[in-house]
Design a protein around this ligand. Structure first.
Ligand code: AMP
Ligand code: MG
Length: 345
């Protein structure tokens, strides 16, 4: 059942994945208005809820296993729905298991360091899901579109030559590979919004009083660089979608669909990690039993020596049955494999 679900999700997100090594032209290759035919807006609420439950369950396992961490990198143009996506996708997750960092214009302290420094400082721990609301990818996006940002970084001459963006792509790919090798899985989501939908969303921010706080004249000014951003995003997607950290382009004109896709891509990454609750060793189990005897002996008069004794036995029985089922299935698979091998031979 869980495998079926994982398979279905993997199939559904496959069209959003940027094939490593491919050359992306955003306007041609990805439609911001796309919504799949397998789900309607009405069903999406229920489906997202299911997705959120899966994320919650897997985050718990991730924390228990304490071996892998997950870094979600979220990039988009203004008004593409980054905040709402984060809110929905994390809504069921234990707050202790997730961290969110938003990256703004670098401070003077941050500018005193190499450009990856502030991101390295805010990486998730093992067992944690960390979300970057904007990320080191701004270093090949806004910094590229507005080169005065690069000047502020006071780089040595060799590091700001003509090949600076190529070098940064390489730095980033290498860094992500290093993180992956060391137990940090990177999930990269680009929320792909159309120019017309952005215009509509800005107008909503102006017209609806509740949305006024979100409006920023600077965002509208950035819209003037739309084409330069599309080009920078296309270059970024082409150069930094790798086998170890592929990009997913999320169609963002329909918020409900974007959220569903984001949750699905994250769920897929967790399925791939497949974190397990750690097994209790025989030694630890013996220690549990000894302690249990001591605690039972402390029961005051009239109190049950162990109020959970029945429940524990029931769970144990269930677990034993499940293990037996698993063993039977494994034997069946082995026998089948042996039979196929014999046929082949
Ligand atoms: P917001 O996410 O709307 O609060 O805005 C954050 C702002 O910080 C955006 O305008 C980004 O372009 C800007 N920003 C983020 N990272 C960088 C960076 N590395 N260099 C320059 N500007 C940045
Ligand atoms: Mg903004």
């Amino acid at each position: 059942m869980a495998d079926e679900r994982a398979k279905r999700i993997a199939e559904r997100i496959a069209p959003l994945r940027v094939t490593p090594g491919s050359r992306v032209v955003l306007a041609k290759d990805f439609d911001p208005g796309y919504k799949a035919d397998f789900v309607t807006k009405k069903d999406a609420v229920e489906l997202l809820q299911q997705g959120v439950e899966v994320l919650s369950e897997y985050q718990e396992r991730l924390a228990a296993q304490d071996t892998w961490g997950v870094l979600v990198v979220l990039q988009a143009l203004d008004a593409a729905g980054k905040d709402g996506t984060i809110r929905h996708v994390t809504s069921g997750i234990n707050p202790q298991g997730v961290s969110v960092h938003s990256f703004k214009v670098p401070s003077s302290e941050e500018l005193d360091h190499d450009y990856l420094w502030r991101f390295a400082k805010n990486l998730p721990r093992r067992g944690e899901i960390g979300i970057f609301n904007r990320s080191y990818y701004e270093e090949v996006l806004v910094v590229r579109v507005h080169p005065e940002n690069l000047t502020r970084q006071r780089l040595p001459k060799a590091a700001r030559g003509r090949d600076v963006w190529k070098r940064r792509y390489r730095d980033i790919n290498d860094w992500e590979r290093y993180l992956g090798d060391n137990g940090f899985k990177i999930v990269k989501l680009f929320l792909n919004l159309s120019k017309e939908e952005q215009r509509t969303r800005f107008l909503r921010r102006i017209d609806l009083p509740d949305h006024n706080w979100k409006f920023s004249a600077a965002d509208v000014h950035e819209r003037g660089s739309w084409d330069a951003y599309q080009k920078a995003f296309s270059g970024m997607l082409s150069a930094t979608s790798t086998e170890w950290a592929p990009w997913y382009v999320i169609p963002a004109d329909h918020k409900w669909f974007a959220r569903l896709c984001a949750a699905a891509v994250l769920a897929n990454a967790l399925f791939e990690i497949d974190p397990r609750f750690p097994k209790v060793t025989d030694e630890a189990r013996k220690a549990l039993r000894d302690t249990k005897v001591e605690l039972e002996a402390e029961a005051p008069k009239g109190a049950a020596s162990d109020p959970f004794a029945d429940e524990g036995a029931r769970t144990d029985k269930k677990a034993r049955k499940k293990a037996a089922r698993g063993a039977r299935k494994a034997t069946k698979r082995t026998n089948e494999a042996a039979a196929t091998e014999a046929d082949d031979g």
